[in-house]
Design a binder for this molecule. Structure first.
Ligand code: FES
Length: 132
């Protein structure tokens, strides 16, 4: 998938994260809620020393409802029409009405453990382009 560039933005420090406990973030700005997650097992595209840190938009790509995280199966779930997205598989849609997968934010972790978001791999709901 094509990565769309946004300005680099510090989200948290790796020491702030606990396994499978989602942290609310806003990226690329406060109007774009997201979630930062340490999954506990390395995944493709995962950042940090354990390769398990990921971040996603929580706006459902279907109609923009705010989704919630279910730790039991590591999915984001939409209260609108019940779409589900897999946080271990790059935001792949498991079920639902959306015509795209969930936007995943590209992460970089520096040598102090600070986590930066630096782009998104899909269009965030409600935006005409991934440009501020
Ligand atoms: Fe999420 Fe429709 S808004 S499935």
């Amino acid at each position: 998938r094509a990565m769309l560039d946004y300005p680099s933005s510090k989200l948290a420090n790796i020491a702030d994260l606990k396994v499978n406990e989602p942290m609310d973030i806003g990226y690329p700005d406060a109007d774009s809620p997201g979630v930062l997650l340490k999954l506990g097992t390395a995944v493709e595209g995962g950042a940090g020393p354990d390769g398990d840190v990921v971040a996603y938009s929580v706006l459902c790509p279907h109609k923009g409802f705010v989704m919630s995280y279910h730790g039991a199966d590591k999915t984001l779930n939409c209260p609108g029409h019940f779409s589900r997205f897999d946080c271990e598989k790059g935001g792949q849609q498991i079920w639902g009405h959306s015509t795209q997968n969930l936007p995943q934010f590209a992460l970089r972790v520096d040598d102090k453990g600070d986590i930066y978001a630096e782009g998104a791999d899909e269009l965030i709901y409600g935006r005409l382009s991934n440009v501020l």
